[in-house]
Design a protein around this ligand. Structure first.
Ligand SMILES: *Cc1c(COP(=O)(O)O)cnc(C)c1O
Length: 434
């Protein structure tokens, strides 16, 4: 069995992310040899439907020929050059295109999502120093937020499991009440709950705005906490409050940017202009690690000075890597050449229709925005969720529940036959144990 060889060697030599290695030993790890569209293939040619787009990055599935061509063409020119003192067409073109679709500019590049968060929060705090307001130096964030796990990003992440062991290394802060409508009172609409949370935010800002540089937020969906969704009015009102109290709004579109919520960017649902936008994950269609932070002319100009130390000196060795920028250009070209958003709306309607069959099960909070679906198995124990997951995987469906939340975030190219398979396999797996 080829698979078993790879599992044994992997567990001996690799330390897997987000994994208790002792528990992983007992479960089956799936060694993936190749991918095609929504399907992943192991070394025994068994296939698995990637229902979560490999941690939400593979927008158009695996082995996507258009993106691949952008990378291979670039490979014949230059694989990498540093971006200080040198520049290159892929980074220039990408910056122009990102600027035109986000309405912000001055693209700064990082290597992954957490990197983008570090960059945005450093820029915000540095902006206020350059403006002569060094006391405005705190970043506020929502309850249950997730913005990454490097120390700066972790300091604005409110997921206890990830944060607790490192509390001594990061600044203590009180998160702002989350508008996630699962916390609404019985009978309260998501909109009125969002408005109630806005009142809380305003009270906090009234008292503390002198010390706040920025409010960082996952627009519309708090993904990593288990797809907590909220009403777009919260975003619109939060933007207005940030303007009123002179606080930057950092829009973390890392998980939901590039069409996931039914619009190109989630902030469009509230028709707002953030001060910073962080992009990563889907930016390269799942091909290469890359992130970008875009910002306003006002913020850019606060760094534009004769003094070196007023500049933004942050850097990474691979900042603006040409291959990664080319993968991003391939992704944007795919959006230009295919009617992705409209096509997604049709796919989304079909999944929403088919997912109703799960309502016969003891599930709650079945919810959807764009190409994301989630629900809770309230009564299920950890062990039950594990059994359900293993059963789905055995039957060829790769899911990875968060706590007792089961969710789907499939590649946009999923077709009706594969959707039926995804729903039917989930139904069968859950039915076996609840
Ligand atoms: C994944 C994620 C990050 C961190 O990105 P990494 O590339 O994993 O470091 C930040 N913010 C949000 C909303 C994310 O989903």
């Amino acid at each position: 069995m080829k698979n078993q060889q790879f599992i044994d060697r992997s567990l001996k030599n690799l330390w897997h992310p987000c994994t208790q290695m002792k528990i992983q030993q007992a479960q089956s790890l799936i060694p993936i040899k190749r991918g095609e569209g929504v399907w992943l293939y192991d070394y025994n040619e068994k296939k698995y439907l990637d229902a979560i787009s490999s941690w939400w990055v593979n927008l158009f599935g695996h082995n996507q020929s258009e993106i691949k061509k952008y990378i291979t063409d670039q490979l014949d020119l230059i694989e990498h050059v540093m971006l200080a003192g040198l520049t290159h067409e892929p980074a220039i073109l990408l910056s122009e295109k990102l600027s035109s679709i986000t309405n912000l500019g001055h693209a700064f590049y990082g290597s992954d999502g957490s990197n983008a968060i570090e960059i945005a929060i450093k820029m915000s705090v540095h902006y206020w120093r350059n403006k002569g307001c060094p006391k405005k130096n705190k970043i506020i964030y929502l309850e249950n937020s997730y913005h990454g796990e490097t120390l700066g990003a972790l300091s604005v992440t409110d997921i206890k499991l990830f944060r607790k062991n490192y509390a001594s290394l990061i600044k203590k802060n009180n998160p702002i009440k989350t508008p996630d409508w699962r916390y609404a009172d019985k009978g309260e609409t998501s909109e009125s709950y969002a408005l109630r949370c806005i009142e809380d935010l305003e009270i906090y800002l009234q008292d503390n705005h002198q010390h706040i540089a920025a409010f960082i937020i996952e627009p519309l969906v708090q993904c990593a906490t288990g797809m907590g969704m909220y009403h777009a009015t919260y975003l619109a009102k939060a933007r207005a409050l940030c303007t009123k109290y002179q606080i930057h709004l950092i829009d973390d579109e890392i998980a939901v940017g590039f069409g996931r919520t039914g619009k190109m960017f989630a902030f469009e649902h509230a028709q707002i202009k953030p001060d910073f936008i962080c992009l990563s994950k889907g930016l390269t269609g799942g091909y290469l690690p890359l992130s970008s932070v875009l910002t306003t002319d006002d913020i850019y100009m606060a760094f534009y000075e004769d003094k070196i130390e007023k500049g933004f000196l942050h850097s990474h060795s691979y900042t603006g890597n040409p291959l990664a920028c080319s993968a991003a250009l391939g992704t944007l070209s795919y959006f230009e050449n295919h009617d992705v958003i409209n096509q997604n709306n049709k796919t989304s309607a079909y999944i929403s229709e088919r997912i109703k069959t799960l309502e016969t099960l003891p599930i709650s909070n079945l919810r959807n925005v764009g190409m994301i679906w989630a629900f809770e198995l309230e009564e299920a124990s950890k062990n039950t969720i594990k059994k359900i997951t293993m059963k789905a995987i055995k039957n060829g469906l790769f899911i990875r529940p968060i706590g007792n939340t089961i969710y789907f975030m499939p590649p946009y190219v999923i077709n009706h036959v594969d959707i039926d398979f995804m729903i039917d396999t989930t139904l069968e797996a859950i039915q076996s144990y609840v």
